[in-house]
Ligand binder design. Structure first.
Ligand code: ZN
Length: 151
């Protein structure tokens, strides 16, 4: 038996653009309004909390807001060739070549920017803060689709 807190709010979101290896329409640069919710499970601390809600929400925001209104580029992708020039980032994805302003790009240490891996990225960042707690992260990219990572 244990306790769980859930932080879910329409203001925990970020808008970003990305592209994926497949399906075809996702290979084109496109964007999402990503919604994030988090569940944290543990026993209670001496103040009878799992975690402080406000604190948890602030931590989530500090992870997702740096991605807001950026182009997400996965640096561990096998399919992409990424080259940094002075003020720009060149990305070659199979037969396409993109050049983005450096300041518009947010690099993620991921193999792809799927919602699944974005959920894991947010999870792992939270886990650095809440080390001994069980954390579940949902990343929704539309009203009907979301990915979950938990550990
Ligand atoms: Zn997408």
């Amino acid at each position: 038996m244990g306790f769980k807190v859930i932080v879910e709010s329409t203001d925990i979101k970020f808008s970003a653009s990305h592209f994926l290896k497949q399906p075809l329409q996702c290979t084109r640069l496109h964007g999402h309004n990503y919604y994030v919710s988090v569940e944290v499970s543990d026993s209670l601390d001496e103040d009878h909390f799992v975690v402080d809600f406000t604190d948890l929400k602030e931590k989530i925001m500090s992870i997702v807001k740096p991605m807001d209104h950026y182009i997400l580029i996965p640096t561990k992708s096998d399919e992409l060739k990424i080259r940094e020039e002075k003020d720009s980032i060149e990305v070659i994805a199979s037969n396409k070549r993109y050049v983005f302003p450096r300041e518009d790009v947010f690099f993620l240490p991921l193999a792809a920017t799927t919602s699944e891996l974005l959920a894991k990225y947010i999870h792992d960042k939270l886990k650095e803060i809440y080390r001994n707690k069980k954390i579940l992260v949902r990343v929704g990219e539309s009203k009907s689709t979301m990915a979950v990572y938990f550990k």
